[in-house]
Structure formats: C-alpha cells, structure tokens
Design a protein around this ligand. Structure first.
Ligand SMILES: Cc1cc2nc3c(=O)[nH]c(=O)nc-3n(C[C@H](O)[C@H](O)[C@H](O)COP(=O)(O)O)c2cc1C
Length: 413
C-alpha cells in the first residue's frame, strides 16, 4: 500500500498543475488508507461564463492528472485510472454542482506488498465516462497516448517530459513557467514538442502578428459579455491586502502589472458596486474595440506560414478519433466541446507534457485562450490556418524563452 505520506506528496505535486484564471478546479479525496484517490470538481472553482463548454476545467483536470502521474512515477507508485460518468455531466464540469467524482485513481499494490505488481499498465477498460467498455481509446489508432499510471512508457508510448528520468520530471513540475511578457523564439521547439503528441493531436504554428490580432479580437469580444467581465474581476487579486492574494486567482505580480495600475484598479475588482460600474464601462469599450478590429483584413491560409514559430494552436483532428457510428458522431461533433470529454481530458494531459517539455528546454508558455473562447476570433483563426470542420482548436499559446528566468509563480491554495 502506498503510504499516506507519499500519496499526500503526490497530491501536493499534482496541485502545481496550471488552470484557467488559476481557479484550481480539482478536489482530490483520499479513499481508505491510501488505496485510491477520487477526483471531484471543486465547487465555485469553475468559470461558467467564460468556459461554458467546460473545456478549461477539463484541461485543468487533465493537467492535474498528468502532474499526479509525473509525481507518482518519481515515487515509484503505479495506479489505474477509471473515468466516471460525471466527467460527461455539464452540471459537474461547467457548474461544479455535483458531488459525484469524475475519476478514480486506484493505487496498485507494490510488488513487495505481495501483489504481483506486474500490472499491464493499461487504463481501466471501463474508462469511458459513458460507461461503455471501450476504454479511453488509448490504444486505438496506434496512438501514442499516455497511459495514466503506467510508468512504462511502452504501455502508452508517451514521451517523457525530459530524458533524465522520473525524478527530474518531478522537479520540472516546480519550475514550469507561465508568463505574459515577451518571449524570445526557441528554435525548433514547436517541432520538437509536436513530436510527442498522439496522432489525433497536432500543433499548428501561428504567426506572431496574427496572434496579436486574434488575441485583441478575442479579448474585446469576450469582455463584451458582462458575465465574463465579472468572472474575470472575481478572480483578480491586484493588491496583497486581497484576502485570497496568496491562495488562488491572478495577482498583479503574475500578470506583470505596474504597482500604480494595480493599486488603482484593485478596488474595482473587490467592491461590488465599483465592480458593476467597471463592467458597465468595459463592456461597451469591448464592443467598440471589437468593431474596429473586425475591419482589419485577415488573409486566408496560404504559403506564408511562419518559418520560426513562436506560437502554436493545439488542434484535435476528430476524423482520427473513433466517435462511434452515424448519429453518435453527429451528436459528438455538435456538442459544445466538439469532442468526447475524455478526449479533452487527455488533451489536457498532453498539454501538461508539452509544458513540462518546454520547461526542460528552458522555455515558458504565454497562453491566449481568449482566441478559442471568442467564436469570432476562433473563426478568423480557423480561416487563417485553414482548419477544417473536423479540426477542433483547443489551446493557443506563445512559447519561448522568458526574459525573466524566474518569473513570479501563481499561488496555490
Ligand atoms: C486551460 C488553460 C487556459 C489558460 N488560459 C490562459 C490565458 O488565456 N491567458 C493567460 O495569461 N494564462 C492562461 N492560462 C495560464 C493560467 O493562468 C495559469 O496556469 C495559472 O494562473 C497558474 O499559474 P502557473 O501556470 O504559473 O502555475 C491558462 C491555463 C490553462 C490550463
């Protein structure tokens, strides 16, 4: 049996995972004396306005699972993951209004515990949240999907984040970097990162100027919605006197805001009446800004793809996934996520591996989710990159070497 102390360490490491607005939407609960861990979505830690499909929450949970996996490997702990029906329930994922766990991590007994310890390393065959016996599909299509809990890469074929072994992978968890400042290009990095992905996920390079335009359009478009603006204000902690400054959310330091600006804006994020006043100003400004940006011409996909990519989109190709037959395929493609939720969770795991690989190469990520969140910005991005209807863009980020080698880290609860 894994000791409670070890399991607590693994759970603490898993909490280093990234999450949108640093909401930390995970709520792990140990079962028995370290037999298993059940993962729930933490109440009040989702973003129903800015993340109405649940994609960001699933990405956060996937990243958490990957961080758990990295730490478990370093502690020589094996486990199996069972995905549970709540993973497909928007009440649980989008609104966090369910007490049902979304997945269960069953710790395997170590060989010297008397168990055989020779587990297959395969995911639980009942791992589909729909309850079918099809599994996570980790072995379908010959993909290189990581098998949670398997320390033998052969079982899932996933590339480790570093080539220096599980202990150094665990150290990467603590040094993973997210920045909002300029990044120096890291030559060949995007190509290198792309090589670690299963075949249904790919990285599409984006030109730096295009990214700036789409990001502005995405910001203007999403902030037009008062609920999105309110949600963002709720997760901002712009002054150390904020009661949750050291707990969660986005503070002035991680956002790189000058002290004067954050001092001025801080009351508008904390006082309800001031916040409403700010929302009343921000939303029409967003509308005007959006209209101006829509006048900027965007060229269709062509041969002018960027030579040295400093940004990429993580894209899922739903054609390469077994989505069932006939009406079932249509149901999945027309669903808000456009993919089965367990695939989005898996993409979150893959994203975390990319982030750790980038860390091992001294690079940081500067995400720009507003491009995916805004249907307008996403539409222009799709047009510019020539994405097909079956391509699902999941995450956009700049990548490269940060100017500050030790950027401030977001707090954890
Ligand atoms: C799904 C997802 C979406 C994110 N979107 C953004 C974004 O649009 N802009 C941004 O600056 N950071 C974004 N982030 C980064 C988070 O803000 C960051 O992970 C969080 O604040 C914790 O900080 P850390 O990554 O340094 O631990 C995103 C992270 C995830 C997992």
């Amino acid at each position: 049996m894994t000791s409670i102390h070890t399991l607590n360490q693994i759970i603490a490491d898993a909490a280093s995972a990234p999450s949108a607005h640093n909401t930390q939407p995970w709520s792990p609960r140990m079962i028995g004396d370290g037999e298993a861990v059940e993962l729930r979505v933490a109440r009040t830690r989702t973003l129903p306005a800015s993340d109405p499909t649940g994609r960001d929450t699933l990405f956060g949970l996937g990243a958490w699972l990957e961080a758990f996996s990295v730490s478990a490997a370093a502690h020589r702990v094996d486990f199996d993951v069972e995905l549970l029906p709540a993973l497909a329930d928007p009440e649980a994922i989008v609104h966090a209004r369910s007490d049902e766990p979304v997945l269960r991590i069953q710790l395997r007994r170590a060989p010297d515990d008397g168990a055989d310890g020779q587990g297959s390393g395969t995911p639980n065959e009942n791992a589909s949240p729909s309850g079918s016996a099809s599994g996570t599909g980790a072995h379908e299509h010959g993909t290189a999907v990581h098998t949670p809990g398997s320390r033998s890469a052969a079982a899932g074929g996933a590339a480790p984040a570093s080539s220096a072994g599980p202990d150094s992978d665990r150290q990467l968890l603590a040094s993973r970097k997210t920045v909002r400042s300029d990044l120096a290009p890291a030559k060949g990095l995007v190509i290198e990162l792309a090589s670690s992905l299963p075949d249904w996920l790919r990285l599409v390079p984006v030109d730096a100027d295009d990214l700036r335009h789409f990001s502005s359009l995405g910001t203007a478009d999403t902030l037009r919605d008062p609920a999105v603006a309110r949600e963002l204000a709720h997760w901002l902690r712009l002054h150390p006197t904020h009661p949750r400054y050291h707990v969660d959310g986005l503070n002035d330091r991680v956002l790189g805001l000058p002290a004067v600006a954050s001092r001025l804006v801080s009351p508008f994020t904390r006082n309800r009446r001031l916040r409403e006043a700010a929302v009343r100003i921000v939303t029409p400004v967003g509308e005007l800004w959006r209209r101006a940006l829509l006048e900027v011409p965007v060229s269709a996909a062509g041969e002018d793809a960027p030579a040295a990519a400093t940004a990429f989109v993580l894209v899922a190709d739903s054609k390469l996934l077994d989505l069932g037959s006939g009406a079932e395929v249509t149901r999945v493609l027309n669903s808000p996520l456009g993919l089965p939720p367990e695939r989005v969770l898996e993409a979150g795991q893959a994203l975390m591996r990319l982030w750790l690989m980038a860390t091992a190469r001294g690079a940081a990520f500067a995400p720009a989710s507003e491009i995916i969140d805004s249907s307008l910005a996403q539409g222009e991005l799709r047009y510019r990159l020539g994405l097909s209807r079956r391509d699902v863009p999941l995450f956009v980020t700049r990548v490269g070497a940060a100017r500050d080698p030790n950027p401030p880290r977001a707090p954890r609860r």
